[in-house]
Ligand binder design. Structure first.
Ligand code: MG
Length: 297
């Protein structure tokens, strides 16, 4: 199932995307309008939603997808978006090459986070604020949405804690990322730097060993093209490491790292400019499209 958060007349709703339409399932009294609430309902609520769709889905309102305003599937995560750095070796290599260093595979996953105020939806402008920086870069990533919460989750059980998958563009402000003591948080948490969407594909639609192709294009020029099978730490290992001693909750989101092809390591370096259209694409999930717009002061 493809679950979207839809804005209708100032209200938020949950829609199920069916080909070119989105069915507004939260019009049904048993289905919440908030995605995290739906996720908290667990398998019983998801099964009930499937039953409602099968039995009287036709009675629920439907919008053409092209006319619906989709928000980020989780418009305001209740805590920071977790993120993994340096999780694809060719991306490790391009960064090391830029610094004139030798590339080293990390022994442990590198974690950082993005503030909830970074999250924007599909189609929303990326508000490039040139007073803050002009070094705005792109990073396509598979987003994992936690379903059942837990701590100390073994990798072998991680799959049962995944609600679904989405696309994240971990927009990164490189000079801020570097200059604050080498930790990433500052340069990763500027407002509007976490485009997310266009929806969540539920975990049952992606086989555990399935490699997903992820790519990113700027103005139709492909910049990144990789496979999730190239992750140094696969999704299940990420969940095991992250949940060690720290409780993951329903609706938590993890950005799982980006393949090579980012802008700052290019010769000459490339950064996002006002007007640029950025398309992040993951097979089996969809396309997340955002345009860069200069933020008005
Ligand atoms: Mg990243």
């Amino acid at each position: 199932m493809r679950l979207a958060t839809v804005a209708i007349g100032g209200e938020r709703h949950i829609g199920v995307v069916e080909r070119d339409d989105v069915r507004i399932v939260s019009r049904h009294p048993e289905i919440p309008a908030d995605m995290v609430e739906l996720i908290e309902g667990g398998t019983p609520l998801l099964d009930r939603l499937r039953e409602i769709l099968a039995v009287d889905g036709g009675s629920l309102p439907c919008l053409p997808l092209g006319e619906a305003t989709l928000l980020a599937p989780i418009p305001r995560p209740r805590k920071n978006v977790f993120a993994v750095g340096l999780n694809y070796f060719r991306h490790v290599q391009e960064g090391a090459g830029y610094r004139g260093e030798e590339a080293k595979r990390p022994d442990w996953p590198v974690f950082f986070s993005k503030a909830p105020t970074t999250v924007i939806g599909p189609g929303a402008p990326i508000p490039r604020d040139s007073r803050v920086s002009v070094d705005w870069d792109w990073e396509v990533e598979l987003g994992v949405v936690i379903g059942q919460g837990g701590r100390d989750i073994p990798a072998e059980q991680a799959r049962s804690h995944i609600f679904g998958y989405t696309i994240i563009n971990d927009v990164s402000v490189r000079d801020l990322q570097r200059r604050h003591g080498g930790q990433f948080f500052r340069g990763k948490s500027i407002d509007g730097t976490c485009p997310m969407g266009p929806w969540i594909v539920t975990a049952d639609e992606i086989a555990p060993d399935q490699s997903l192709r992820l790519s990113l294009a700027v103005n139709d020029v492909v910049k990144q093209d990789g496979e999730t099978s190239q992750m140094i730490f696969p999704v299940h290992d990420i969940i095991a490491h992250l949940s060690l001693g720290m409780t993951l909750e329903p609706g938590d989101v993890i950005a799982t790292g980006t393949p090579d092809g980012v802008g700052y390591t290019r010769t000459p370096p490339e950064f996002l400019q006002p007007g640029d259209v950025v398309e992040a694409r993951i097979s089996g999930v969809g396309v997340l499209r955002n345009q860069v717009v200069e933020k008005e002061s």
